[in-house]
Every structure is written in C-alpha cells, then in structure tokens.
Design a protein around this ligand. Sequence first.
Ligand SMILES: *[C@@H]1O[C@H](CO)[C@@H](O)[C@H](O)[C@H]1NC(C)=O
Ligand SMILES: *[C@@H]1O[C@H](CO)[C@@H](O)[C@H](O)[C@H]1NC(C)=O
Ligand SMILES: *[C@@H]1O[C@H](CO)[C@@H](O)[C@H](O)[C@H]1NC(C)=O
Ligand SMILES: *[C@@H]1O[C@H](CO)[C@@H](O)[C@H](O)[C@H]1NC(C)=O
Ligand SMILES: *[C@@H]1O[C@H](CO)[C@@H](O)[C@H](O)[C@H]1NC(C)=O
Ligand SMILES: *[C@@H]1O[C@H](CO)[C@@H](O)[C@H](O)[C@H]1NC(C)=O
Ligand SMILES: *[C@@H]1O[C@H](CO)[C@@H](O)[C@H](O)[C@H]1NC(C)=O
Length: 414
Amino acid sequence: MASPQIRFILICALVIASSAAAQQEKSTATRYFSQKFSAVAGETYPGGTYKFSNVANFPGSSAISASLITLVPGGLRELHWHNASEWAYVLNGTCRATVMESTMPGAQRPTETWDYGAGDIWYFRPNEAHMVQGLAPTGCTYLAGYNDGAFDDKKALSMSAWASTLPPEILAESLGVNTSDINDGISANTFTFLPLGPVPDISLDDFRNTIARPPALAVKQTHRFQVSESIPLMVAPSADRALPAGNESLTVNVTNSGLFWQIDAAGGWVREASTELFPIASDMSGAVIRFAPGGLRQIHWHPSLSEWQFVINGTLRVGVFLEPGVFEEAVLGAGDVGYAPKGSGHWLQNPSETEDAYCILIFDDGPFTSIELPWVLGNVPYQVSATTLNSTLAFAQSISYSQPSMAGQNINSS
Ligand SMILES: *[C@@H]1O[C@H](CO)[C@@H](O)[C@H](O)[C@H]1NC(C)=O
Ligand SMILES: *[C@@H]1O[C@H](CO)[C@@H](O)[C@H](O)[C@H]1NC(C)=O
Ligand SMILES: *[C@@H]1O[C@H](CO)[C@@H](O)[C@H](O)[C@H]1NC(C)=O
Ligand SMILES: *[C@@H]1O[C@H](CO)[C@@H](O)[C@H](O)[C@H]1NC(C)=O
Ligand SMILES: *[C@@H]1O[C@H](CO)[C@@H](O)[C@H](O)[C@H]1NC(C)=O
Ligand SMILES: *[C@@H]1O[C@H](CO)[C@@H](O)[C@H](O)[C@H]1NC(C)=O
Ligand SMILES: *[C@@H]1O[C@H](CO)[C@@H](O)[C@H](O)[C@H]1NC(C)=O
C-alpha cells in the first residue's frame, strides 16, 4: 500500500488535474496538515477527559503531538514522565502542577509547584516526574504539546502502572515498609491515568510546606511562564508600509527592511513565550496570537522549527506548502489544529470581518527564526523577482518589500 505521503501527492495531482474549483475540496478532503481536532472524541476518566493529536490521527504532524486534558476539581494527571519535552498552555480554570528536577545529586533535587491559571504555560524537561491536579471550583483545561509527533501521553511511564507490576517485596524494600503492609490495591494491575482524588483544600504555600520531604534547594529556573507578562509585539502602521523608492537597478536595503516580527496593530498582536523570555524551555517555545478581523500572519517559513497551531476561538484560514504540487489550505475553527513542518511555507489569516481569532503556536525547538516572503524577494534585483514570479517588472517594483510579518486587513478587501 502506498505511504500516506505518496497517497497525498497522488490526491493532489488528481485534484489539480480535475479543475481549478476543486482546490478547496482538495484541502478539506485530505486534511493531512490540518486536523478537525474539535471533532475528535475524548475519553472520559474519573478525574477528567483526555484526547490526543499525534501521527496516529494526524499523520502530517511528524515532529509535534499534543494532548487536551480537562481535569475536574480533584482530578489528577498522576505522576508520570516521558522522553518528550512538555510545553503546556492552560486554556481555562486553575490547576496545580508539580515537577521534580533531576539536576542536583542526592537529596538536593529541587521541586517546583505552581497554581497555573488561564494563559499560564509550564515546561517540563524530558523524563522529569510531574503531575497536574484540577483545583476548585472549576478544575482546568490545558493543552500540552510534546516535541515528538508519535508521542501519546497514555504511553508515558506512570507511577500507578509501574507500581502495580512490581514484586511487592521489591516495592516494600524500596519504600522501607513491610511487604505485608503493601496495599492490595497496588499489586492489582492498575493504571489510573486520570484518577479522582480529594479536592485540594490547602493553599499553594501549605502544599509546599507539607510535602513529605521538602527539597533542600529551589529550582534555578522556573518552569512557569505567564503569557500576560509577555509584551504584545506590534507596531502602528507607519512609514514602514511605504513602498521603497527604487527602480530596476536598485536592490532593497536588507538591513533596513526591518521585517522581523514587525506587526501592524491593525493585524493583531503576538505574545511570545520565546526562549529569551522563558529560558528553561530550551527545546520548545510558542506564542499566543490575536488576529484582528482580516489579520494575516504573512507568508513565511521557519528554517529550524516545526509549528503546531491550535485555534482557541474564532476562525483561521491556513495554507502550507510542502513541495511543488504538494500544498494544502484549510479553514480551522475553535479547537482545530494545523501544522507546518520545518522549512514548509505557510500563512494564517482570520477571514472574519467582525470577529477576532486567537491561536496558540507550539514550536519543537527553542530559538525562533522566521523568513518572510517579501523579505526574500526584496533581497534580489527586481528583474529576478519578475522572472521568478513570471510577472512584469512593474509588478515586481510595486511589491511592498517591507510588508510587516503580521499585516492588517488586506488592501484588496477593504
Ligand atoms: C525513550 O528513549 C529511548 C532512547 O532513545 C528509547 O530507547 C525508548 O524506547 C524511549 N521510550 C519510550 C517509552 O518511547
Ligand atoms: C475550557 O476550554 C475547553 C477547550 O477550549 C472548552 O471545551 C471548555 O468548554 C472550556 N471550559 C470552560 C469552563 O470555559
Ligand atoms: C515491620 O514489621 C515488624 C514486625 O511486625 C515491625 O517490628 C516493624 O516496625 C515493621 N516495620 C515497618 C516499617 O512498619
Ligand atoms: C533608480 O535608482 C537610483 C538609485 O536610487 C537613482 O539614482 C535613479 O535616479 C533611479 N532611476 C529612476 C528612473 O528612478
Ligand atoms: C541600509 O540601511 C542601514 C540601516 O538603516 C543604513 O545604515 C545604510 O546606510 C543603508 N545602506 C544603503 C546602501 O542605503
Ligand atoms: C478568545 O480567547 C482569548 C484568549 O484566551 C480570550 O482573551 C478571548 O476573550 C476569547 N474570545 C472569545 C470571544 O471567547
Ligand atoms: C508566463 O506568463 C505568460 C502570460 O503572461 C504565459 O504565456 C507563460 O506561459 C508563463 N510562463 C510560465 C513558465 O508559466
């Protein structure tokens, strides 16, 4: 049987051959790099609900996977750990998360616990044990991203699943208790995953003060980042938007083009959780983007990052270009997901004339770099752009080579 990649290319070829009008159909029919995640059924456990997005149900997403977890008050994502790094964004409610670091020897391993509210992010390094519990009154919903497209949180190594398989005398000796005191429940083959515990009734300070063996040291870098502390990046429309004075003998001044994260306030804003702002997250990063009506994150690609997109609310049109003849366009609603693999060309736009759209971007590495289309075209003489685009020279000269990274309502649609 043909691989999914080959099948996708074949579908593209067929559709391109059939008719121009089929372009929209191709996008929605394949959904190789976009996923109707909002329609994926969740699984229900005593402590909450779980659903995942990974290569098993979203084959294009080769480098990033995610889980969407809702914990009721007292619901516990039990102690577990995994090879993938975890970068999570709390969508609503409040949850208390604890991570145990491995960076210090012996009894000095630091632990960090925070109560995370909407807009807060945590980052946990690979294989450091962690847990999350829903707090009163609403519990919480969080989106956890992982830098491994095949990862499934239910396959993470978990304390309950392991303890239930250990020889009782080994467990007893390890914990310094008598074998006869090992609870029968532990020796049953139990994997609790999202159990329901008592609703936490102690404050964060009390929690930190009452743990059985308080850590001797504080963490060196915090695992928590509050997106509200990230300054929204935007600039007002200005001289920046003016077309550069030039002619066919002139190449746009690169150092003066100033395209990197220039954001037109009419387009929306970006709040970054970059490695500079959130240094512990050295191998994952992200951002929250507000798209104003018509706002466009313009055509670009990332030399070293894959990008996983989750729509919080509103609607986004997304486009991704993989190779000649292989591209996809889709419309994502709240709770849906898009993906742009490392190096692939892509764009996102809010097609609404009245409503904002918000999305979360998750990247599979830390340092952020991005290359915008007009920046690239602006670095070659106009004749080269004209030949490349098969356009007239006048067209190449009319391009706004300093169009911002995030543009406002399209000049053609107002
Ligand atoms: C974790 O990574 C190691 C080394 O790459 C691999 O052998 C192991 O199978 C991985 N564990 C899981 C659960 O994927
Ligand atoms: C929390 O967010 C999830 C996912 O967006 C949503 O399904 C749920 O209704 C929200 N819950 C509340 C209480 O807002
Ligand atoms: C284990 O059992 C022995 C004998 O019944 C008892 O003396 C000892 O205190 C127990 N140890 C623990 C850790 O409970
Ligand atoms: C083309 O650009 C050069 C350099 O800025 C300038 O000297 C020249 O006058 C321009 N020619 C035209 C026809 O605009
Ligand atoms: C290009 O822009 C830089 C920064 O504004 C400026 O210092 C430099 O003089 C410009 N070079 C040319 C050839 O215009
Ligand atoms: C959409 O989500 C953002 C970020 O969570 C929030 O600030 C905004 O109020 C939401 N808009 C609507 C209409 O729910
Ligand atoms: C370029 O455009 C012209 C029409 O303007 C067309 O005849 C020609 O086939 C195009 N060339 C390519 C390579 O597409």
